[in-house]
Write a protein that binds this ligand. Structure first.
Ligand code: C5P
Length: 407
């Protein structure tokens, strides 16, 4: 059977030069068995004709919200309701701006506002437009609402510039659509919280203590949870990586901030993964003014930070009737994994501990890969060999989902 048989996809095409590539996308989706309904903006029809898309999709193309052909239905509502997925490709800065701000002034934007199906947006525009703060803000706003972005590629742009802004290849957009519609969704209907990055403990306005966490493992976990159907909140401390789209990002600095952000959400989430590297100590005093150079030595006094993972365990014990989150902790060790991980699991009352031996090449901080051993209350659950962090994340979620469903 074709992968998209039985699926209805609304394909919105807006007015950029890349509109011609939407024809290839449409034809790929149809060849994979999808029933494709095309909506074109007025601008799109200047670049490619509705007849082309009508021929490829084998359905009439909608361009005018007032052109109601079937008296039995209101077309934009009918199409929005019928959609299993909406794709906007290419998406101009203009249509992204309208989506972000709830503007519905043509057939495409009206249908988008009425649609409850997932939405994939594939932007295409000039590099300076893509980097404009207004566009960045709009993209972030949509991503926070769960819109998936297939990011533009870098290369020669039609306007003559070389930079980021080229529409992703139709093949890549079709694959994102197929993955969304047919991939496994073991976390559908679940709300999860992921912490990532390294906390920042301020000494004075210009100095701080932090660690080498890149945030990559936490981001991979957030992204995998999103693709497995969860609603994801990512509590993010210091990282240079770009967080995944389609998740709610909450920025924090210190362990105390993260503690507050996590505890505030307990009772409303089904799982918490603590992939962040949280400082165990912070300076006892945070100076309001820059510390001046004086003597030959300077002593900083450090005090213990709250242990967030432990606090979650304590919260669970104190709130027996409430929605107890399945808790996954991380342990970065340099040997004797089993001993430290099982001890941590018991002490912090976790459901799973993911231990990585950071002394092994390819594991731990900064790398794109990891090697992990997952421990449960019964001991070693699984050893995950050297794999991409994304794959490690998927396996962790599969193990967690099995256990959450069992409970
Ligand atoms: O004890 P250790 O710091 O090695 O434990 C690591 C695990 O505990 C990680 O999941 C980390 O996010 C979490 N942690 C925490 N609060 C702290 C320190 C660590 O939640 N203050």
């Amino acid at each position: 059977m074709k992968p998209l048989t039985g699926k209805t996809i609304v394909l919105g095409i807006s007015g950029g030069i890349a509109a011609y590539k939407a024809a290839t996308l449409c034809s790929r989706l149809v060849s994979w068995g999808a029933s494709v309904r095309v909506i074109m903006t007025e601008g799109a029809t200047r670049f490619i004709t509705p007849l082309t898309l009508q021929t490829l999709s084998r359905h009439p193309v909608a361009t005018d919200v007032f052109d109601e052909r079937d008296a039995a239905v209101v077309q934009h509502i009918d199409w929005a309701d019928a959609a299993d997925l909406v794709i906007v490709a290419p998406a101009t800065a203009n249509v992204i701006g309208k989506m972000a701000n709830g503007i519905a002034d043509d057939m495409l934007t009206t249908t988008l506002l009425a649609a409850t199906a997932p939405i994939i947006v594939a932007p295409a525009m000039n590099v300076h437009m893509w980097e404009h703060p207004a566009v960045i803000e709009n993209v972030n706003k949509l991503a926070a609402r769960g819109v998936r972005f297939v990011e533009p590629g870098t290369g020669q742009l039609a306007c003559g510039y070389v930079g980021k802004g080229r529409l992703a290849e139709p093949e890549e957009i079709a694959e994102a659509a197929a993955a969304w519609l047919t991939g496994p969704r073991p976390l559908a209907g679940r709300k999860v919280l992921v912490t990532a990055g390294g906390t920042v403990e301020r000494i004075d306005p210009v100095r701080y203590i932090t660690n080498d966490s890149s945030g990559k493992m936490g981001f991979a976990l957030a992204e995998a949870a999103r693709d497995y159907g969860a609603e994801v909140t990512l509590i993010c401390a210091k990282t240079d990586e770009k967080p995944p789209g389609g998740v709610e990002v909450v920025r924090v600095q210190s362990a105390a901030d993260m503690h507050e952000a996590v505890l505030r959400r307990l009772g409303a989430v089904d799982a918490v993964v603590k992939a962040a590297a949280v400082a165990d100590y912070r300076p006892a005093v945070r100076h309001d003014a820059k510390i001046k150079k004086s003597g030959e030595t300077l002593t900083l006094e450090l005090v213990r930070n709250p242990d967030i993972l432990q606090a979650i365990g304590e919260w669970k014990e104190a709130h027996p009737g409430e929605r107890a989150p399945f808790t996954i902790g991380f342990a970065a060790e340099t040997g004797d994994l089993e001993k430290y991980a099982t001890d941590k699991l018991a002490r912090k009352k976790c459901d799973l501990i993911v231990a990585n031996d950071v002394s092994q090449p390819g594991a731990g901080f900064g790398t794109d890969t990891n090697i992990a051993s997952v421990f449960g209350p019964e001991g070693l659950v699984e050893s995950i060999p050297l794999s991409a962090k994304r794959q490690v994340a998927e396996r962790i979620w599969q193990l967690a989902a099995e256990r959450m469903n069992r409970a």
